[in-house]
Design a protein around this ligand. Structure first.
Ligand code: AMP
Length: 395
């Protein structure tokens, strides 16, 4: 069921209490090294300001010890950067639900923006504490969630606060709406054939994803080191590849469940050392020599996977096909990324490494959606739903 969107509510003269994800990387001098997460919320922020509302922004940054202030986890640099991006002053509260936050929130005028200090400095945040949630909720007239990357965690600012808002509107921002649209609605009603590509280091991290995708997709293509655990399950020789021998039984179960839907590599690009200048060779899958390890899918597999992707109606990709950080073992990942960029399919790129690969290759504009949340996008691909979204109003 689609959720009510920020543009569906009248924000004029209202204080919008908005959960954002300003968990930006900082260097040792507390300079922001990548402000993408702040930029990503600008459409929602501007939509409120342009329509005469004011904003109280809440976020976490890093993993501070609750109850303890540490400057390196302060959101002050994020307030400054947001001010630069908006071209106007962004007020900053030195506490989260204390006197500074309350007096600044009370005094907000239409068009004003206030960022509260890191919610995780408060012990109530991780405990989803009702009292803490109530204190925050009292500051706003409308609640908005635009923090997709944090939605898998039912912390106070994401769960208790919207609950404590009672009958006041509780809506999604544009960033969260786009993530939900692709990662829930599109995959529930895909244009077929629906093809998933799953790679990465460990099968154990992605068992539930593969299992769910086998139910909803027409093809699931496997790459990355996890392919060698499947190869081991088929009785193949995997040399010194990264494998999980204790997951062999599970790999067998997934192969049985998947039948023809599950595609495994037919060849492997391997090396005698985990380095770019190792001795390399391409071998058939399951025939990796003892002193070699599989570091990428081979060229035949890359071509076969690219062909399947080109014929797809919908594509979901999570996880690289090999050690893409170390050329030439990035070739399989590049081939898959190129095929996705070339195809007319609706294409959804999970967060994390696949998102980095698409960005590095400059294909961001050639895909339908690049998710901003690694863990959160995996959770939705596993078929989970978020309590933090369930508590928001329906459209
Ligand atoms: P994940 O976080 O599970 O998506 O895994 C991503 C990591 O898996 C990347 O850092 C890749 O370098 C690594 N990876 C992919 N294929 C291999 C492989 N064949 N051997 C070792 N590491 C791999």
């Amino acid at each position: 069921m689609p959720k009510k969107l920020i543009s569906d509510v009248d924000v004029k003269g209202q204080k919008v209490l908005m959960r954002v994800d300003f968990n930006v990387p900082l260097d040792e001098n507390l300079n922001i090294t990548d402000d993408l997460r702040i930029r990503a919320t600008l459409p929602t922020i501007n939509s409120v300001l342009d329509r005469g509302g004011s904003l109280i922004l809440m976020s976490h940054l890093g993993r501070p010890t609750a109850g303890q202030f540490e400057e390196k986890f302060s959101l002050k640099p994020a307030a400054e950067r947001l001010g630069e991006l908006l071209g106007k002053e962004v007020q900053f509260a030195t506490d989260t639900d204390g006197p500074d936050a309350k007096s600044k929130a009370d005094a907000l005028q239409p068009g004003d923006v206030l960022l509260l200090e890191n919610v995780r400095f408060c012990p109530g945040e991780k405990k989803d504490d009702p009292e803490f949630s109530k204190n925050l909720a009292e500051m706003g007239d409308i609640y908005c969630n635009d923090a997709f990357g944090s939605c898998a965690k039912p912390d106070a600012s994401l769960h208790g606060v919207p609950l404590a808002m009672g009958d006041k509107p509780k809506v999604v921002g544009f960033l969260l709406e786009k993530e939900l649209k692709y990662l829930t609605e599109t995959i529930a009603n895909p244009t077929r054939p629906f093809v998933a590509i799953v790679g990465g280091a460990k099968v154990s991290d992605k068992i539930n994803v593969i299992s769910n995708l086998l139910e909803i997709c027409d093809k699931v293509l496997i790459g990355g080191a996890m392919a060698y655990t499947f190869s081991l399950a088929k009785g193949g020789q995997v040399g010194k590849s990264l494998v999980e021998p204790d997951k062999v039984e599970l790999a067998k179960e997934l192969m049985e469940k998947g039948g023809d839907k599950l595609e495994l590599p037919t060849d492997t690009h391997c090396g005698d050392d985990f380095s770019a200048d190792c001795n390399k060779q391409v071998v058939q899958a399951g025939e990796i020599p003892d002193d070699f390890e599989g570091l990428d899918i081979g060229p035949d597999t890359a071509k076969a996977y690219a062909d399947i992707v080109r014929g797809a109606g919908t594509v979901v990709w999570n996880g690289p096909m090999g050690v893409f950080e170390m050329p030439p073992f990035d070739e399989g990942t590049k081939a898959v990324a190129q095929a996705i960029a070339d195809s007319d399919a609706v294409s959804i790129i999970g967060g994390g490494d696949s998102a980095s690969a698409i960005k590095q290759l400059g294909f961001e504009d050639k895909v339908s959606h690049v998710s901003t949340g690694g863990g959160a996008s995996l959770a939705l691909l596993e078929g989970k739903s978020f309590e933090t979204v369930a508590v928001l109003d329906e459209a």
